[in-house]
Design a protein around this ligand. Structure first.
Ligand SMILES: Nc1ncnc2c1ncn2[C@@H]1O[C@H](COP(=O)(O)OP(=O)(O)OP(=O)(O)O)[C@@H](O)[C@H]1O
Ligand SMILES: [Mg+2]
Length: 500
């Protein structure tokens, strides 16, 4: 099916949110029959640029042209009318509606002015057929969205965008939750759309996908388009170089001499399950071992499995003793602590007092009836060590800033003096000041001999703090970086699956 031609150019697009500059100089151009990859680190402005094109976000400045004509879309609806459709990074389906209703919402097929349900079912079935064999057979136009797993929701999003019959399609990390068979199917479809004359903007963190699908790539760095390369004339290394050019390398403190002879605290062999594949690692006392990679590659699952919150197969020992915990309380008894990333859902009772939260994992130690004086003394000491800013220990946790609330999560584990500390992206959403105090604390714990396994979605933390970093991909360890090999180029390349 022939698609009407289109040419889109964006020049000098700027988007500010208060003091935050999300995009300082966005440029791209793409035309019919072309796949343009947009790449850049987290927060570099890719989604903002995509949303400016589709009228979701109004730019502060910039020149947007479709077929040479200056345009400014006031809404996604206006962009769709001009033939531009998008799959956004955040899913946007209505849970209580069916697959068909979601796809056709706002452009339902009509007959004599009323909804033509049969036509809607028929068209939906045609769209679903594009992914037949790559989804469960039970998925039908009548299936309710809330019953679908993430991959199928993602596919419905793609079909919804397609249902508008676009000339230009934007796919913002649309493959992140798809399995490899579904990605193959999508790529075949994109190939077909391209031959039909569609233009495609493809946002991805995966080098392999970019090199398979795209004709050219535009790289964003800190809100700025810093270069465009034809895929046939570039390399993974060059693109990674553009992404990180000018970003500083870290002076890491050298691993302490004691580390060489430190005893192995944690040994993990062939851990498999919950998306993990054959994960093996060793961690010594006083060592800070980082875990990196794109988000959602099994990092959290690994930590939860080690903490006894997920059941996996494989062999785990702590100080040489079998340590496959059935429950977090078993792990806690063996001196293991987990600091979660998502404070509100995993870490804290928000309406309880700071003191109660601090005591949560260790209340048994204070006896029955609870030795309140001692509990208060210990709590006050930890609060001081962590430099927590609060009205008093009796104030509820939800009266604290994000960074201070996170300190409570950390503090409640420090009261137990863990031997093995598992950190699950602990500084997400924490302000800069609180972060640096947190880093100081990590270093103190390491000096005291605590073994620390530290997942962070922030490359700077991994590069600046860790002795070694394991990069995970699809539930497996893809690379181990240490010494001079632990640098930004190697970390970004390994995360994106580029040859180092
Ligand atoms: N609504 C908003 N309010 C405030 N800041 C925002 C908003 N949307 C984006 N930002 C900020 O703008 C910057 C660019 O964000 P954007 O989502 O475009 O990045 P991205 O390249 O898509 O990142 P990722 O790879 O993580 O998806 C980030 O620093 C982000 O925190
Ligand atoms: Mg994004």
């Amino acid at each position: 099916m022939k698609i009407a031609p289109i040419e889109l150019t964006v020049q000098r697009a700027v988007k500010r949110y208060g003091g935050v500059v999300a995009l300082s100089n966005g440029n791209l151009d793409v035309r019919s029959g072309e796949v343009l990859a947009l790449l850049g680190a987290n927060g570099s402005g890719k989604s903002t640029l995509a949303k400016i094109i589709t009228g979701v976000v109004a730019p502060n400045e910039g020149d947007l042209r479709v077929d040479g004509q200056a345009v400014r879309f006031s809404s996604p609806h206006a962009a769709r009318k001009a033939g531009i459709s998008a799959v956004y990074q955040e899913l946007s389906l209505v849970p209580d509606l069916t697959v068909a209703e979601n796809i056709w919402l706002t452009h339902e097929p009509l007959r004599a002015g009323t909804l033509d349900r049969r036509e809607m079912q028929r068209r939906t079935a045609d769209l679903l057929a594009l992914f037949s064999g790559a989804m469960r057979d039970s998925l039908s136009p009548e299936t309710s969205i809330h019953t679908l797993p993430p991959d199928e929701k993602q596919i419905v999003e793609i079909l919804k965008a397609l249902s508008f019959g676009p000339r230009l399609m934007i796919l913002d990390e649309a493959t992140a939750s798809l399995d490899s068979r579904q990605v193959d199917r999508l790529f075949n479809l994109v190939g077909q759309w391209k031959r039909d004359g569609m233009a495609i903007v493809f946002v991805s963190h995966r080098m392999e996908e970019i090199f398979r699908l795209a004709d050219k790539a535009t790289v964003l760095r800190n809100g700025e388009s810093v270069g465009t390369r034809a895929i046939a004339e570039t390399t993974e290394r060059e693109l990674v170089g553009l992404m990180i050019e000018g970003m500083h390398e870290f002076e890491r403190r050298p691993p302490s001499a004691a580390l060489a002879s430190a005893p192995v605290r944690l040994k993990v062999e062939h851990v498999t399950g919950h998306g993990l594949h054959e994960v093996s690692l060793e961690l010594c006392d006083g060592e800070l071992l980082g875990i990196g990679g794109l988000q959602g590659q099994g990092q959290s699952e690994l930590l939860l499995a080690l903490f006894g919150a997920l059941r996996v197969s494989g062999h785990v020992t702590i100080s040489g003793e079998e340590a496959r915990f059935k429950h977090p309380k078993d792990a806690m008894q063996k001196g293991v602590a987990l600091v979660p990333g998502d404070r509100a859902s995993e870490g804290l009772l928000m309406i309880r007092s700071i003191l109660e939260n601090l005591q949560l994992p260790s209340w048994r130690e204070y006896g029955v009836p609870i030795r309140m004086k001692k509990a208060e003394r210990d709590g006050a000491q930890v609060a001081e060590e962590l430099r927590m800013v609060m009205a008093s220990l009796d104030a509820p946790v939800n009266s604290l800033s994000g960074g201070n609330a996170q300190k409570v999560v950390l503090g409640k584990w420090l009261l137990r003096s863990p031997h093995l500390l598992l950190l699950n992206d602990p500084t997400k959403g924490v302000d800069v000041g609180a972060k640096s105090e947190f880093y100081e604390l990590l270093n103190q714990l390491r000096d005291r001999g605590t073994a620390i396994l530290f997942y962070s979605s922030d490359d700077d933390e991994l590069l600046g703090l860790c002795d070694r970093v394991l990069v995970m991909h699809d539930g497996a360890v893809r690379a181990e970086l240490a010494g001079d090999g632990l640098n930004r180029t190697a970390l970004v390349a390994a995360s994106m699956g580029a040859a180092g």
